[in-house]
Design a protein around this ligand. Structure first.
Ligand code: PFF
Ligand code: NA
Length: 457
């Protein structure tokens, strides 16, 4: 069994662990990013590849991260250091943990800006801005927000303060308990939106756009986008799930729990897509509108449906909440690292990490207005026309997450002892053999192939 030199309190119940994991995974990735990426990539073919990536790549890596965390009982860097040391492997494996911390920092910097958009839309919803919107004015509302650096900066600041506040207050547990009610509420509200979408003339078209793959639309780039999004949406490749695994008690069945989390995350994303694309087609909007997609479609629906004022407020409040639980999970590893590596106290480290992330977020804020013409790596064909926000997104989802995920699965599949894995996963021998074969061959080869083809596209 593992050496638990630094054992911390274990979750009082499996439910608490599950809530933290679902709280981290369900967020803007499901409701904001998944629909707009699907729209930019041409629909069902992207969704199909994404689902395959979740099952054959995301799921085994999620299990691996939890298992490593439970064995190491430490922060991701020290966990990788300790387990690789025990297996007489290079200490360089700790870099996987370090890359994760850097990834969390980069992602949180723009995640908070988008969380700020959701906050702005809570305000619009409360002040009944959605009533009577049409195609042009819904675009104008969103465009007006993006155009204003001060408005974006203000909302980004509020969102960052909310995130830092929870981490300083040490009340993340309270927030996770709130998730117990609010996550199901989000699910129900999405269902209401899907039912509303079903009454619109574009429902059949929207649903088939999402669910009927047109394989001719597949390119190396879309496949890489789907892979990267599978990591992003399950919070993989950043050591976050590894950190959570260190709180897992030995009797929790990792495989079953991972399936529950992956299924919930996927269902929320698909429901968001089913709610949004019918509105796109019913109103003749552009599916490939990009990051503004949900902000330019859902307000139209809220403006038209009965009870739309109420549902609009509820929806954006729940979206903020889902984003908040994810952003807290992104801030925590940065804080822990800073606390360990600097003389700062926990509070000092939280404020410093929050400030540093907030400062980098300003670059994303400006990407949508004053710096929208700034394309730092534009001389390279693959980065042509990419703003700083685009680059941060590309660097994290399409490069860093797949690489750290690949390292994690190679470490688990090839360096760890089969018996130890078997004991940890506690599966029947048949199921274990399938998992082991997938983790050793399919997952790493899949990630490597998609990564290389995607970059070369
Ligand atoms: N999984 C979150 C989402 O889908 O919104 C985003 C996220 C959280 C990504 C935590 C990465 C992470 F470590
Ligand atoms: Na997610």
């Amino acid at each position: 069994m593992s050496q638990k030199s630094h054992t911390h309190a274990q979750w009082s119940s499996r439910v608490a662990f599950l809530l933290a994991a679902v709280g981290s995974s369900v967020g803007l990735g499901n409701i904001w990013k998944f629909p707009y990426m699907t729209g930019e990539s041409g629909g069902g073919a992207f969704v199909l590849v994404y689902l395959i990536c979740i099952a054959l790549i995301g799921l085994p890596i999620l299990m691996s991260e939890w298992m490593l965390g439970r064995l190491g009982q430490k922060n991701p860097m020290s966990t990788m250091q300790q387990i690789s040391g025990r297996l007489k492997r290079s200490p360089a494996w700790a870099l996987v943990g370090l890359a994760g911390i850097l990834g969390a920092y980069l992602i949180l910097s723009f995640y908070s800006v988008i969380g700020g958009w959701a906050l702005a839309y809570v305000k619009y919803a409360v002040t009944n801005t959605f009533g009577g919107l049409d195609n042009d004015s819904v675009g104008g509302l969103f465009g007006g927000l993006l155009e204003s650096p001060t408005a974006l900066l203000g909302w980004h600041s509020v969102f960052m303060i909310m995130t830092v506040g929870v981490v300083i207050g040490g009340v993340a547990g309270g927030l996770e308990r709130a998730a117990k009610t609010l996550m199901p509420a989000l699910g129900i509200l999405l269902l209401v939106m899907v039912l509303y979408a079903a009454t619109t003339p574009g429902f059949a078209e929207g649903a088939s756009y999402l669910l009927m793959p047109d394989l001719s639309k597949l390119t190396g780039e879309t496949v890489l986008a789907a892979l990267g999004h599978a990591f992003f949406t399950l919070s993989l490749g950043m050591g976050i799930m590894m950190a959570y695994g260190s709180y897992l008690s030995d009797d929790v069945n990792i495989g079953r729990t991972a399936v529950v989390v992956a299924v919930m995350d996927t269902v929320i994303a698909l429901m968001a897509g089913l709610a949004i694309f019918p509105i796109v087609f019913s109103n003749g909007l552009d599916a490939a509108a990009g990051p503004g997609l949900i902000f330019q479609t859902l307000p139209l629906a809220f403006g038209q449906m009965s009870g739309g004022w109420f549902f609009g407020i509820l929806f954006f409040v729940l979206l903020v909440f889902a984003a908040w639980t994810s952003s807290i999970s992104l801030l925590e590893p940065i804080v822990e690292w800073l606390e360990e590596k600097s003389p700062l106290s926990r509070t000092g480290a939280t404020i410093a990490a929050g400030l540093a992330t907030w400062a980098l977020g300003i670059a994303t804020v400006l990407s949508f207005n004053l710096w929208s013409g700034v394309h730092p790596l534009g001389v390279f064909a693959m980065f042509e026309g990419k703003t700083i926000f685009d680059l941060l997104d590309y660097l994290t989802s399409k490069i860093m997450l797949p690489l750290t995920g690949l390292a994690t699965i190679i470490f688990v599949g090839w360096y760890m002892q089969r018996d130890e894995l078997r004991t940890q996963l506690n599966m029947s021998s048949g199921a274990f053999s399938v998992w082991y074969a997938i983790s050793r061959f399919i997952t790493p080869i899949g990630v490597a192939a998609v990564f290389i083809f995607g970059l070369l596209h």
